[in-house]
Unconditional design. Structure first.
Length: 240
């Protein structure tokens, strides 16, 4: 009896030690939230068969704990040939999350474990599902866009026209702009842009694809830009 009690105590102690040793090193996931290794908490929403983060990524670490280089100088940013991130006005509490270059995306380690940066096909799935099932916002763009922070517009059906009618999907996209050419932030409030995992050769080097929303249109756009530019990242859960 005593040996059994000692063994039971030892097992409980080992479990406690493992919990304490791991709790700060692993992202935490529940049915409705997930956190990165910085402790930033992201809400989640299920849209069709997919589960997405409701906020843009703002981690400063890869999912293996390695720090992502922070670059705040515009000239250094545009000349960088490796992973980097920055925040608008260097404000880590910025509601738009961090801006990452595509080098960071291409590491495959940017999203928390169990999550990933979406492919072009996964963005297609989202847009097609919202278009077919969540049209109460009058357009796919409005159905995806948050009700706040977008520049207003008189264009009927656009994101900026009657913000109160946005976000029937719960995706809550915000206009975090992008960094381009000189390393400056552009179109904060008017434009939201998010990387995909796809890249290809372009006349001026390597281009990567991204999806975007604009305050004065009703559709979702898809384009490509140089991998040194900075875009937001919205993560999707791995297939269960």
């Amino acid at each position: 009896m005593r040996k059994h009690s000692i063994l039971l105590f030892s097992c409980k102690l080992l479990s406690l030690m493992l919990f304490i040793g791991c709790k700060n090193d692993e992202p935490k996931t529940s049915n409705n939230t997930v956190s990165d290794l910085d402790g930033n908490l992201y809400h989640t929403v299920k849209i069709g068969t997919q589960t997405w983060m409701v906020e843009n990524l703002k981690t400063t670490k890869y999912n293996d704990g390695e720090p992502i280089p922070l670059i705040t100088d515009n000239l250094i940013w545009i000349n960088s040939k490796s992973s980097a991130y920055r925040f608008y006005h260097n404000d880590i509490a910025c509601i738009y999350g961090a801006t990452y270059n595509w080098y960071a995306v291409n590491t495959g380690k940017l999203a928390p474990i169990g999550w990933h940066v979406p492919s072009v096909a996964e963005w297609d799935t989202l847009v097609n599902y919202v278009g077919a099932n969540l049209g109460t916002s009058n357009s796919v763009a409005k159905a995806l866009a948050a009700k706040t922070n977008w520049t207003t517009s008189t264009q009927i059906g656009s994101i900026g026209n009657d913000l109160s009618n946005n976000n029937s999907s719960g995706f809550s996209a915000l206009p975090g702009g992008y960094t381009y050419f000189g390393g400056e932030f552009y179109s904060i409030g008017g434009w939201g842009s998010w990387w995909t995992t796809y890249s290809s050769k372009s006349p001026d080097g390597v281009s990567a694809s991204f999806w975007y929303l604009s305050y004065d249109v009703s559709s979702v756009g898809h384009s490509g830009t140089h991998i040194a530019d900075g875009m937001s990242v919205r993560c999707i859960r791995d297939a269960q």
